[in-house]
Write a protein that binds this ligand. Sequence first.
Ligand code: FES
Length: 279
Amino acid sequence: MTNKTSIESVNPLYPTVCEVTKIIDETADVKTFHVTSTNGKPFTPMPGQLGMLSMVNVGEAMFSVTYQGEDHLEFAIKRVGMLTDALHEIEVGHKLAVRGPYGNGFPIDMMKGKDLLFIGGGIGLAPLRSLINYCVDNRDDFGKLHVVYGARTPGDLCFKDDLFEYWPKQKDFQVDVTVDKGDDEWKGNVGFVPAFLEKLNPSAEGKINITCGPPIMIKFVLQSLAKMGYNDEDIVTTLEMRMKCGVGKCGRCNIGSCYVCLDGPVFTLAQMNKMPNEY
Ligand code: FES
């Protein structure tokens, strides 16, 4: 539990100095960082919320919290530019400034009692993982859980312990994994996520879908979901990649009159259909 004062706990601009306590190599270009402050986790996010990580003399950027433990937060970060390159070079013990939480998070109340279908691609599993593990930790609040996940190659699959060990052991929990291109050892499905999804053809009956991944995957997954009978109100995704300052100041996230950081980043497809087609 965090011991923040009341002023700190309501101010997401207040940075907390945190130490990196563990670094996990997920893939060749994704690492998961565990961070904790002297008082425990720097803030307590809801699934789907984000935190701002700052590195002295390098910069700062926003990342989704992929998991929260009793005393730490986890961020899975893909190497895509100067800051993430620098983060990939740090070692356990490095200090970062962390602030948050930002964004609305996933609509937990709307999902309670329902079967949930999670569809992820690549690093897009990172925000979904926060929700999936929330469901596992509060198992009786949700119906059946089904994860459909894909990556380019077997080596690009993130969170392999969750995918192949932890989640399949949970009650009423199905995991299906595909890769675009297999290798000599891969015995699973080979093919893109939307085609794999249609092959699995999970029933839309009483189910909420939560999708996160590269825009091209989301585009075709949405078409597949429509074919399978999902309502736009029951399809949820996150536009977190557009978030920069997180507090409505920089103007980098707006789609029409909507500010992703203030109104989202989690939206239903029904809500997104009312926005200009810029996402
Ligand atoms: S992220 Fe800066 S205004 Fe929304």
